[in-house]
Structure formats: C-alpha cells, structure tokens
Design a protein around this ligand. Structure first.
Ligand code: GLA
Length: 411
C-alpha cells in the first residue's frame, strides 16, 4: 500500500515537472552564462586546411595538442571549421560528410573529450555556409539539438548567404536554439563586424569577430575580387575603440592566429601572438600542429605571454603612444600588475629608451594607474624570461623590425 502510494506520488511529481517544463517553455534569447570567462584557446582547421579536413586530421590535432604541451599551456578547443557537412536527411537532420567523417560526429566528439579537450563545430546563419555547405537557416533549433546530442562544446556561426536577414535577430535565434538544446555551448559570432556585434551581442554570444578574415601576412591586404582579407597589422588597427565592449564571457575576436603558417618571420609570429595576448583576443592556433618547428611551438606555448591574455580581469589592452613607428601598448592585470608591449611596426631596427620615472599612465576605462614613481614595479621580460630589476633605472634597447619587447610589471 505504502509502496504504491510512493510510486503514485512520484509519478504525479514527475508528470507535473514534465508538464511544468513544457508549460514554462520560454524562448530565451540569452547565451549560457559562465562560459569563456577568459579568452577561449584552442585550434581551428580553417587557416591552414580550409575545406581539406577529415576525422583523421581532427583526431591527430587532438593527439598533438596533448603530446606537445599545448593542452598543458591552456589550449582546450579543437574546432572544426567549414566543410565538415554532408547533406540533410528527409527529416532535415544534418549529417557529416560520410566519406570524410565516416565514424560520425558523436564518435569524434567522444574521442576529443577522451583527451581532456573540447570540440567545436561550424555553421552559418544563412542558407549555405561560406564554403557552400548546408547552412542553418530554418533549421536552427534542429541543428542546435543535433550539436548538443553529438556533445559539441563550441559553435562558430558564420554570416554568408544571409540575404534578407538582420544579424542581431539571426544570432539571437541560434542563441535561443542552443539554450533550448540545453548543452552549454560557446557561441562564436562570425559576422565580420558588419553590424557592430559589440553593441548588441554581449548577452548573445561569447565572442564576436570584429573584422573580415585574417590573411597570412604581417601588413598586406589580399584582394579576392569581391572581398578582401587583411594582414595582422590591419586587423590590429581595426580594434581601435572596441576595448570597452570586451570582458569575461564576451570578447572581441580579431580572428584566428596565423602563427606558424610560414609567411610570417619569427619576429612577426612573436609580434602577432603578443598583440593578440595584449588585446585579450581568443588564442585559436591555425597552423598544422603536427608539423611545426621549435620556434612556433615556443611562441604558441609561452606561458608568460598566455598568462597576460588569460588574466582573470579580462581587460583588453590599449595603445598608449606611438613614437617613430614604435607603438607602446598597455594591459592592466590582476594584482596591480601591467603588461607593456613595444611593437615595432617598421622593418628597421629602432632604438627604444624607457625612462620609467617619466612613465605614468591612467587608464580611465578600468580606473587603473601605472605609476612607477609612487610604486616601483618589478620588471620581467616575458619573451626572454628574465627578471630585469625594478623600474628605477632607465632601459635601452634595439628592437628589430616587426618585433616586440614585452614586459610584465608587478608590484
Ligand atoms: C568565413 C569566415 C572564416 C571561415 C570561412 C569558412 O570567411 O570568416 O573564418 O570560417 O568563412 O568558409
């Protein structure tokens, strides 16, 4: 008797809660909170491999990220970009390309997870992706449920073939779809900054592209005919004015890294990585992790530079001044510390002389003050990994073209 009463009560409770869930269903257009509290770090297939991807490549990248120390240095996401798609079936469900991903996405996600990493996927708000694969337009809720079932952790959502759509509404639809699917998935908004996502996306996505695509060069512009892609310095310049929109859980995304892709010199790779750290950019490596030289690995896994990027305050750095083509950037860090980076934009060697006693900066945005007269800071060269004493003495350097000098100053 008691047993059947208990059974009946639990049946009533469970049907009430089921009913309640259905009844309380509210379309929620806000992203999952608590994700990407520091800029996301990982690897993405696009910059190096474009559409030439398959499950073997993805598994190998996961293996290498673990074995080469990148995972220990903080890299977490293995992100599959465009062209993983096969067709939709008669019910509209999307399937991966059966030849390139024969084991299916669930198995691949399980594999990546078994390595202690997370997996990302790519779709598009329009009818087709930029690579001409099926887009999510009209299938948003179905796709989000599919990704959640596969165990996806990160979605990059592109903006090709979106005629007639407005970005804010379209991105809110996929946000609601992800929320409804119930799995916390980072949403990476990729509409190239066209509609100023920094103004409306703080509660919609966890990062948003601020520009068109990066190109593998230091300061060129590459003309594709109908669109242009931009070298590292052009992308950097386009971040002007955006720092106030970034913070934990919502980042400006100046696109993925070209470090190690062969066109940048060793100095330029270092400069690119340093500046992405200074502006609290997502650190998505975009090279072939299986075949990289020692220098590339050293750049990508420099923990002191990564720590600047991953600082818990999540304050994007800023350009403080420019002298004879040398830019001086600052980034406030936790515990009253600062990162300072000198970037030589010219191709000539420049003399740099730093007189800390003349160097005072107030960052009104974060209400922080850099004042070595009042507080002597300890200086650490984060590339040479050397302590350089305190801010009491002058320092003189010769800085190679396209190279950086980067310090952490702490109290
Ligand atoms: C767009 C994006 C790129 C990449 C390609 C894939 O150009 O901006 O980052 O995802 O599409 O086709």
């Amino acid at each position: 008797m008691i047993k059947s009463l208990i059974a009946l009560t639990s049946l009533i409770i469970s049907s009430l809660s089921l009913f309640g869930q259905g009844n309380n269903y509210v379309q929620d257009y806000t992203k999952f909170q608590g994700l990407a509290l520091t800029p996301p770090m990982g690897w993405n297939s696009w910059n190096k491999f474009a559409c030439n991807i398959d499950e073997k490549l993805i598994r190998e990248m996961a293996d290498v990220m673990v074995s080469n120390g990148m995972k220990d240095a903080g890299y977490t996401y293995i992100n599959i970009d465009d062209c993983w798609h096969g067709d939709r079936d008669s019910l509209g469900f999307i399937h991966p390309d059966p030849e390139r991903f024969p084991s299916g996405m669930k198995a691949l996600a399980d594999y990546v997870h078994s390595k202690g990493l997370k997996i990302g996927i790519y779709s598009d708000a329009g009818s087709q992706t930029c690579g001409g694969r099926p887009g999510s337009r009209g299938y948003e809720f179905q796709d989000a449920m599919t990704y959640a079932e596969w165990g996806i952790d990160y979605l990059k959502y592109d903006w090709c073939n979106t005629e007639g759509l407005r970005a804010e509404g379209a991105y809110k639809t996929i946000t609601a779809a992800l929320k409804n699917a119930g799995r916390p998935i980072v949403l990476s908004i990729c509409e190239w900054g066209n509609d100023k996502p920094w103004e409306w996306a703080q509660n919609v996505g966890h990062l948003w592209r601020t520009t068109g695509d990066i190109y593998n060069c230091f300061d060129c512009i590459h003309d594709h005919g109908t669109w242009k892609s931009l070298g590292v310095m052009h992308i950097l310049d386009m971040q002007e004015g955006l720092r106030r929109y970034a913070g934990p859980g919502h980042w400006n995304d100046p696109d993925m890294l070209e470090v190690g892709n062969g066109e940048l010199s060793q100095e330029e790779d270092r400069a690119h990585f340093s500046m992405w750290a200074m502006i609290a950019a997502p650190l998505m490596s975009g090279n072939d992790l299986r075949n990289m030289n020692k220098n590339t690995l050293e750049v990508l896994t420099n923990r002191e530079v990564i720590a600047v990027n991953q600082d818990s305050l999540g304050i994007q750095g800023f350009k403080h001044e420019v002298n004879d083509s040398v830019e001086c950037w600052l980034k406030p860090l936790d515990d009253g510390a600062w990162a300072i980076c000198y970037l030589n934009r010219s191709s000539e060697v420049k003399d740099i002389s730093i007189n800390w006693q003349d160097f005072q900066v107030t960052d009104e945005f974060s209400n922080r003050h850099f004042n070595p007269i009042r507080t002597p800071y300890k200086i650490r060269d984060v590339w040479k990994k050397k302590d350089l004493g305190k801010t009491e003495r002058k320092m003189n350097y010769k800085l190679a073209g396209h190279d950086v000098l980067m310090f952490k100053l702490s109290i």
